[in-house]
Design a protein around this ligand. Structure first.
Ligand code: PGA
Length: 250
């Protein structure tokens, strides 16, 4: 049985004081929610304080990226070890904004994933096609390349805790959500790929989140799909009331 994971990706939003105010309110709103896991990924600058604030709570802390090395001459990067000390559990990797705005390649994402796993953190690997790729009928091919290149070379045991997020690029921040059927089709395909790589039993354990304009109004129909195991929520996670409504779907 896969426990749903509802994750908030704040992107480059909220200062330390704004994060603190949010978390104090949000904790009250989701108190007692235990049948699903909740995660929030604030910017790096707020992680330490958020980790202190969430210590002992059931809300998990996530980071939005991580470098592969423990330390070194990598100006502007943050290591998995540094994140771990802040209380981080999950690390989002390969988000389409990292791929498309900052030029991260499949190979870089594979290395980041390796560093995250070595530190004992759980990766949330984001994959998804652009509108152009979808219209050209290349969706499944793109997903296959992204999944295989990130996960090749790892054993099923090494990938314990792996989460995948299917985020069609055309649905991110556009208000245009994938229909539940479109999401299910991609999720089932990704699970099939995981089955080829690691066996059916292991594939059945991996949570696959949907991301792209998730809102309180569409979360329940997405979650009703058999292979949708949670959501990665951007814009709608920035307001504690709205995000709590998403968390408490159904
Ligand atoms: P959105 O972003 O919910 O604002 O579409 C999702 C994401 O980028 O993870």
């Amino acid at each position: 049985m896969r426990k749903p994971l509802i994750a908030g990706n704040w992107k480059m939003h909220k200062t330390v004081s704004e994060t603190l105010a949010y978390l104090r309110r949000f904790r009250e709103l989701v108190a007692g929610v235990e049948d699903r896991e909740i995660m929030i990924a604030p910017p790096f600058t707020a992680l330490y304080m958020a980790g202190q604030e969430l210590a002992g709570s059931h809300i998990r802390l996530g980071a939005q990226n991580a470098h592969w090395a423990e330390s070194g001459a990598f100006t502007g990067e943050i290591s998995p070890l540094m994140l771990k000390e802040c209380g981080v559990t999950y690390v989002i990797l390969g988000h389409s904004e990292r791929r498309h705005i900052f030029g991260e390649t499949d190979e870089m994402i594979r290395q980041r994933l390796s560093g995250v796993l070595s530190a004992g953190l759980k990766p949330i690997l984001c994959v998804g096609e652009t509108l152009e790729e979808r219209e050209a009928g290349r969706t499944m091919e793109v997903l296959e390349t992204q999944v295989r290149s990130a996960l090749s070379g790892f054993s099923a045991a090494e990938l314990q805790g792996l989460v995948i997020a299917y985020e069609p690029v055309w649905a991110i921040g556009t208000g245009r959500t994938a229909t539940p059927e479109t999401a299910q089709e991609a999720h089932a395909y990704i699970r099939g790929l995981l089955g080829d790589l690691f066996g059916k039993d292991r594939a059945a354990e991996v949570r696959i989140l949907y991301g792209g304009s998730v809102k309180p109004e569409n979360i329940a129909s997405l979650m009703a799909q058999p292979d949708v195991d949670g959501a990665l929520v951007g814009g709608a996670s920035l307001d504690p009331e709205t995000f709590a409504r998403i968390v408490k779907y159904g």
